[in-house]
Design a protein around this ligand. Structure first.
Ligand code: NAD
Ligand code: TDX
Length: 338
């Protein structure tokens, strides 16, 4: 089996490739990544000499390259490639439209063009953010109406709709997964958990948006990878599967538990201006994937956060290198000039 993974040099993509090649050494993976600010070859350094792993630097919005690649006899595409950070989408949505919407369309077209000769399963990695925001109770099901609130989530929603349309119109064998907030090794330190962990380790302030009572459902990245494996193997074409971590926490709780783990004072927490259009609460009903594919999360938030903190403690060089230059400009704009 040959799988084309897009965005494999990012956080979830790199964890997925490592997970997959460890569990299925007979599979070949071609990783296509543009290497944006979020793509890092070091995330898969350990696999660079593996005989069944190939890296190609390319943009998913490049139609000629994508068609050439899908003609290389691949069986499946797992589409992780995206601009993924909500705050950056608020600053400038253009790259989100280009990669998340147009890039997904380009991939779908490439698959459609070869579909008479080759069957390629298309697994599209989406997000719970397409459903919008919840009140105090309830959880997103696959039937919840889509109501995105940020340019990021709007771009992901548009991509989902194109995937859906290609299944219904052209019979393209596509499946969509919508997962909650991931955390774990190799996450870029602009996202809440790695930002809080690395700042706390450097005795820097932990910026919390608004009142810190926004709730996210946290899933350890390895549980997400296992869910994607189930869907890729046994998911039904044309379906959507929600994936959740059964770990709803407020942002303030997350920040405090990181500080407690590291033995740092809560006084490092600094409340800063809220994110515009900030979704209040996400929660996922993952009963469909549990019932139909037998998947449930296995790693509790307490276990996952302590594994994650340990990883950032033993991989200081990885994140220290990132938190320089361009990153510092971004950080200054985010927290000091908003
Ligand atoms: P990430 O930002 O860490 O990685 C994205 C990767 O895509 C990077 O390696 C980047 O170089 C690559 N990329 C960006 N534009 C590209 C293009 N035009 N062509 C080729 N490669 C390109 O993101 P992540 O957190 O690993 O998220 C991966 C996917 O999972 C995204 O589609 C995201 O929407 C989705 N998702 C993420 C989360 C989360 O909590 N991180 C939750 C649910 C869904
Ligand atoms: O410095 C911060 N302070 C803060 O309070 C940051 C970076 C975030 N936050 C808050 C905003 C959110 O309520 O923490 C929460 C999590 O923020 P992010 O890590 O930016 O994630 P989120 O906006 O929830 O989106 C994430 O989950 C869904 C991913 O980035 C998306 O790619 C994914 O689709």
């Amino acid at each position: 089996m040959r799988i084309l993974v897009t965005g494999g040099c990012g956080f979830i993509g790199s964890n997925f490739i490592r997970y997959y090649l460890k569990n299925y050494p007979e599979v070949s993976i071609i990783n296509v990544d543009k290497l944006t600010y979020a793509g890092n070859l070091e995330n898969l350094f350990d696999l660079s000499h593996a005989p069944n792993y190939y890296f190609i630097r390319a943009d998913i919005a490049d139609a000629a390259r994508m068609e050439e690649l899908v003609r290389k006899g691949i069986d499946a595409i797992v589409n992780f490639a995206a601009e993924s950070h909500v705050d950056r989408s608020i600053e400038d949505p253009s790259s989100f439209i280009r990669t998340n919407i147009f890039g997904t369309f380009v991939l779908l077209e490439a698959v459609r063009k070869v579909s008479k000769e080759q069957k390629i399963r298309f697994l599209h990695i989406s997000t719970d953010e397409v459903y919008g925001s919840l009140g105090k109770t309830g959880a997103f099901t696959e039937e919840t109406p889509l109501a995105p609130n940020s340019p990021y989530s709007a771009s992901k929603t548009a991509a989902d709709m194109m995937v859906r349309a290609y299944f219904h119109t052209y019979g393209l064998p596509a499946i969509i997964t919508r997962c909650s907030n991931n955390y774990g090794p190799y996450q870029f330190p602009e996202k809440l958990i790695p930002l809080m962990v690395s700042n706390a380790m450097e005795d820097k302030e932990l910026p919390i948006y608004g009142d810190g009572m926004n709730v996210r459902d946290w899933i350890y990245v390895e549980d997400h990878c296992r869910a994607l494996d189930c869907v890729l193997q046994n998911g039904k074409e044309g379906e959507v599967y929600n994936i959740g971590g059964a770990s709803e926490r407020t942002n303030l709780y997350v920040a405090k538990s990181i500080l407690d783990h590291l033995g740092k004072p809560h006084s490092l927490i600094r409340f800063v201006a809220d994110r515009p259009g900030h979704d209040r609460r996400y929660a996922i009903d993952f009963s469909k994937i549990k019932r139909e594919l037998g998947w449930s999360p296995t790693i509790s938030f307490e276990e996952g956060i302590s594994r994650t903190i340990e990883w950032y403690q033993t991989h200081r060089e990885w994140w220290k290198k990132i938190k320089t230059g361009e990153y510092l400009d971004y950080y200054r704009r985010m927290y000091h000039e908003r």
